[in-house]
Design a protein around this ligand. Structure first.
Ligand code: HEM
Length: 468
């Protein structure tokens, strides 16, 4: 017996020595001159487990030890984490100096090589230009808002006296509303076929790029293929009908050439559509779900929001759609959306990578390293947001708050979110019909995760009743 114990103790000691040696070796490997302070964790795995397990606390602890600019190794890459507002602004403004988007390989593979995050320089400018013209204020006013309104009126009907999973409903809403805006696709056979493929595509972008049967990555790649063939068919049908019909949607705008921009290829159009669907999906759905959650928990906010919407409805007939002027008058709604986005931290940060060795903040960052502009902590900075953990939409009624330099909820610099106003318009219209039609209560007990993504792993269930 004593021998077994001795062997066990010796084994444990050996393992401990080996682990310490491995950690030390990994630190020494990265102890190049000029790198910022920080730790690199284990070979290959780095500090990913600590990062995912401890969540925001990992970042806070590292910042307390090493400052707002430190090195780590997370999500498969040596990474510099920056929480310094000036450096963040510099990185976001200087893509041309070799600070390009640094999203994971699985995302790039599945979203396509013409996807906006995969292109740089002049190609990015031209793809972004094509996209901006689809989601401009004029387009929202004349074409998109009527479609959003039409869709949401029916999406939010018949919820009375039922228990629904608001997470599922807002996810469907974000996707189906985009399909309607892109090609006038109504809920029906095409969207039924599209939806499960799209959900697989999303999961694939968040997986490890291991192309083996049964992996989310493999399923995501297959879903991309299926989505491409559906979109190709749609483009062919559209080509045939464009002669005789004046379609007024994103697809026809993308297919038309005009004097200001060159014609996009079918491949570029498809990746552009996938970009629009993907970028507006989780952001819009999660913000909508969390707004419902916070409104439920804050009756005073709900009351003021409802008053804003009943006043708008009071000026209209029940069948009248929400129009641009109505949307522009929703100042408290806008404040609720911004406060939801801040407090829930829908986006933790944005990723860039270096295309060459470069000096940043007095350190030398090697080529191919990621830069994680981690914006989460800024959302809870008491100097920017007094009582930061309180849900207080009123703080956003001072409009200057939206444009303060530190606010990166929609990104910044040359890749600032082009769909910001569209996203706000969609969520505002959703809230309009939701709060004027229904009251609701949570069924209770649903788990809500805040990190690394905001999600309710088993759904967020609410019991809904007609207001009148
Ligand atoms: C509440 C809603 C939304 C939030 C919080 C949000 C947030 C963001 C953020 C943080 C970025 C910067 C990414 C980076 O710098 O790497 C971004 C970029 C982007 N967003 Fe949004 N977004 C929202 C809605 C939308 C919608 C509805 C669309 C649909 C058109 C959209 C399309 C895009 C695109 C295409 C980019 C990439 C721009 C580029 O690389 O030039 N977003 N968004």
């Amino acid at each position: 017996m004593a021998v077994y114990v001795l062997v066990l103790v010796a084994l444990i000691l050996c393992l401990l020595c080996l682990s310490t040696a491995l950690l030390k070796w990994n630190e020494v490997r990265y102890r190049k001159k000029g790198l910022p302070p920080g730790t690199m964790g284990w070979p290959v795995f780095g500090e990913t487990t600590e990062f995912l397990k401890q969540g925001p606390n990992f970042m806070k602890n590292q910042r307390a030890r090493y400052g707002s600019f430190f090195k780590s190794h997370i999500l498969g890459c040596p990474t510099i984490v920056s929480m310094d507002p000036d450096i963040n602004r510099y990185v976001l403004m200087n893509e041309a100096k070799g600070l390009v988007p640094g999203y994971p390989q699985s995302m790039l593979d599945i979203l396509g090589k013409c996807n906006i995050a995969a292109v740089h320089g002049s190609t990015h400018r031209y793809m972004r230009g094509a996209l901006l013209s689809l989601v401009s204020s004029t387009m929202i006013r004349d074409q998109l808002l009527p479609k959003i309104d039409h869709f949401l009126r029916s999406h939010l009907s018949n919820w009375d006296s039922s228990t629904i999973d608001i997470q599922e409903k807002t996810k469907e809403m974000a996707l189906l509303s985009s399909l309607k805006q892109i090609a006038g696709i109504e809920s029906g056979p095409m969207s039924e076929e599209f939806m499960p493929e799209f959900f697989k595509l999303v999961l694939g972008t968040l997986s490890l790029p291991i192309d083996l049967p049964g992996t989310n990555y493999r399923r995501g790649l297959q879903a991309r293929k299926n989505i491409i063939s559906m979109l190709r068919k749609l483009i062919e049908e559209r080509k045939a009908s464009m002669e005789t019909h004046d379609h007024r949607d994103m697809l026809s705008s993308l297919m038309r050439s005009d004097e200001n921009r060159q014609k996009l290829t079918d491949e570029e159009i498809i990746d552009q559509i996938i970009t629009i669907l993907y970028s507006g999906y989780e952001t819009v759905s999660t913000t909508s779900m969390m707004a419902v959650k916070y409104l439920h928990d804050h009756p005073k906010v709900l009351q003021q929001l409802r008053e804003e919407h009943l006043e708008i409805r009071g000026r209209k007939r029940p069948e009248d759609p929400i129009e641009w002027d109505d949307f522009k008058s929703m100042s408290f709604t806008r404040a609720v959306i911004y406060e939801t986005s801040r407090l829930a931290t829908i986006v933790n940060g944005v990723l860039r990578k270096t295309t060459q060795d470069m000096e940043l903040n007095g350190f030398v960052i090697p080529k191919g390293w990621r830069i994680y502009i981690y914006t989460r902590e800024m959302n809870y900075n008491p100097y920017l947001y007094p009582d930061p953990l309180v849900f207080n939409p009123w703080r956003w009624l001072d409009k200057s708050q939206e444009s303060i330099n530190n606010n990166l909820m929609f990104g910044g610099g040359t890749r600032q979110c082009p769909g910001k106003e569209l996203g706000v318009a969609e969520i505002s219209t959703f809230l309009h019909y939701f709060v004027i039609r229904y009251r609701w209560e949570e069924v209770g007990g649903d788990k809500l995760m805040k990190f690394p993504r905001v999600e309710a792993p088993y759904g967020l269930h609410i019991r809904v009743q007609n207001l009148y």
